[in-house]
Design a protein around this ligand. Structure first.
Ligand code: ZN
Length: 231
């Protein structure tokens, strides 16, 4: 959905609040006091009231919006923008888009959304110069302290899981490079993903989803190495 269609569907604050109310009702409400699932809506207070025990639930309680004073349309627009922008959106840009005076509440809102969206890493695409390597992670259910790479002393089964390692780097300044007389690179982000196997199809698949298409991909001839981790 494009932003224009989105704003047509959701419109202003009232429409967003209505959407949020219906969304919660669809998910189902349950009274924390008596367990009843029958409620009636009190529009003047933005609350539901339990038909059995009269306990009230506010529209925001028990959701991400609880304790937030920001309007409903901020939240809905922010979620839309964060899900639909390929490279992500900064809190400063979000603040500008929403036309809000203060930065901190916008930052806090985005932080909560990001947390609820799960692993941010899964949505973040590496860019600039990306170094790619494939590797194995040795996993074992019976790991011992004295185990070393390739020289396993402990008992238990050892299995190899192929992973792709991608590191996004940026070149250091020319001056630093001259001084040290060697390439200076700065590590920006690292991603490790489990892949099905070490075929070029699997590599292409993992690169397509995790690396921005404008990046320069640097490989080291698909050198394999191992890391031992305790599972
Ligand atoms: Zn109740």
């Amino acid at each position: 959905m494009r932003l224009l269609e989105f704003s047509k569907q959701f419109g202003g604050e009232e429409a967003c609040k209505q959407y949020f109310k219906e969304f919660r009702e669809k998910q189902g409400l349950k009274c924390s006091k008596c367990g009843c699932t029958d409620f009636h809506w009190i529009p003047s207070h933005d609350r539901w009231q339990c038909k059995e025990c009269m306990k009230q639930i506010s529209l925001r309680s028990g959701t991400l919006l609880e304790a937030s004073k920001l309007p409903y349309h901020y939240w809905i627009y922010a979620i839309f923008l964060m899900v639909n922008t390929k490279k992500g959106i900064s809190a400063l840009e979000m603040q500008r888009q929403l036309g809000h005076k203060r930065y901190e509440p916008i930052w806090a809102m985005m932080h909560k959304i990001r947390q609820s969206m799960g692993n941010r890493d899964d949505r973040y695409q590496l860019d600039k110069i990306v170094e790619f390597d494939d590797a194995f992670v040795k996993t074992s259910s019976d790991y011992k302290e004295d185990d070393t790479y390739g020289k396993r002393k402990g008992r238990g089964t050892l299995s190899k899981t192929p992973i792709a390692m991608m590191a996004s780097t940026s070149k250091g300044s020319e001056k630093v490079q001259e001084k040290k007389n060697k390439k200076s690179t700065k590590l920006r982000f690292v991603k490790m993903k489990v892949i099905e196997d070490q075929t070029s199809e699997s590599f292409e698949k993992v690169v397509a989803t995790n690396v921005n298409e404008s990046s320069t991909l640097v490989t080291d001839g698909f050198r394999s190495y191992s890391i031992c981790i305790n599972m």
